[in-house]
Design a protein around this ligand. Structure first.
Ligand code: ATP
Ligand code: MG
Length: 287
């Protein structure tokens, strides 16, 4: 049997680190994360994990120092490396947005004409300006971008935002999201068939974890004369499971509901006479 391992690059520390480690754990992959370690091997999956600065991950994957990586789309599209984006991972959600001082009035991107914009994302900002036929000065700075307008370095900034509280605390208002971002799995463009086979195994697990997170297992009791109506409300993977209850005239109905339709359907189920509704998280979903 081959002892080849797939090499995965993840963020060493920072906003993506914990969720990256959690996802591997949920995929049943055990990795010891020793403090200050540069790399670590999974004990039960052909995977070696490198811990790196997130900005460096696209380059390492392009150069095949790592085969795959978990990294934010914002970094992937800023670096423009030759790598493939394979799968969205559902964490690290944020947006890259233009922000200006609270007092100013922004009606369109034309506001930025001739202005100075401070950012750590010069490539993405340039793309945005070009697409809007605007000429502006881009000042690349590597951190604390939000203080640039306050110290007179720039008229606007472009930075990552999730809640907006950092902007608010610095007297700024978000006026234009230019990219929605989340963590993605990227891969080297030339994986060997053997490496691709390991990646396919990992992807299958990641997709099962993601599906499980987006779905809930629902159990409810229904009077038999309302069963048809209740069953018609349930999408489920196949038809729902219906079991007779000990109490005559009642049945127990089991099904799977997606997060997006969840509240809507639960309300309709209640209105249709369902009782004792239990909602249970699903750990893995293999379909
Ligand atoms: P490193 O030391 O690895 O270079 P960093 O300081 O560049 O770390 P973090 O602040 O840890 O990076 O952010 C890593 C990634 O987390 C971002 O590139 C982005 O994809 C994602 N992210 C999610 N929400 C936010 C947010 N509110 N602000 C910044 N990044 C966010
Ligand atoms: Mg970084």
């Amino acid at each position: 049997m081959s002892n080849m391992k797939l090499r995965l690059a993840i963020q060493k520390s920072g906003r993506l680190h914990d969720d990256s480690m959690r996802l591997l754990k949920e995929c049943g992959i055990d990795i010891s994360n020793g403090v200050n370690k540069l790399k670590s091997e999974a004990s039960n999956f052909p995977l070696e994990v490198f811990f790196l600065r997130d900005d460096d991950i696209p380059q390492y994957v392009e150069d095949a120092v790592a085969d795959i990586g978990f990294v934010g789309e914002n970094v992937v599209y800023e670096k423009k490396k030759k790598i493939d984006v394979v799968e969205k991972l559902g964490f690290g959600k944020c947006r890259l947005s233009i922000a200006i001082s609270k007092g100013e009035n922004y009606t369109s991107a034309a506001f930025l004409q001739g202005k100075r914009i401070a950012t750590s994302y010069p490539v993405l900002v340039e793309d945005f300006l070009k697409a809007n036929n605007i000429t502006a000065e881009i000042h690349e700075i590597s951190g604390s971008v939000e203080i640039a307008p306050g110290i007179g370095l720039a008229d606007a900034i472009c930075d990552l935002v999730s809640s907006g509280s950092t902007l608010f605390m610095n007297g700024l208002q978000e006026v234009e999201p230019i990219l929605q971002s989340q963590a993605v799995l990227v891969k080297n463009e030339q994986l060997s068939p053997e490496q691709q086979a390991i990646l396919d195994k990992l992807l299958f697990r990641i997709q099962s974890v993601k599906k499980a997170k987006n779905n809930k297992y629902v159990l409810l009791n229904a009077p038999n004369d309302k069963l048809d109506e209740i069953i018609s409300l349930l999408p489920g993977m196949k038809s729902p499971t219906v079991l007779p209850l000990a109490e005559a005239g009642w049945s127990s109905v089991h099904s799977v509901l997606s997060e997006t339709q969840f509240w809507d359907i639960i309300e309709k189920l209640k209105a249709a006479g369902a009782q004792g509704i239990l909602v249970v998280p699903i750990e893995k979903m293999i379909i």
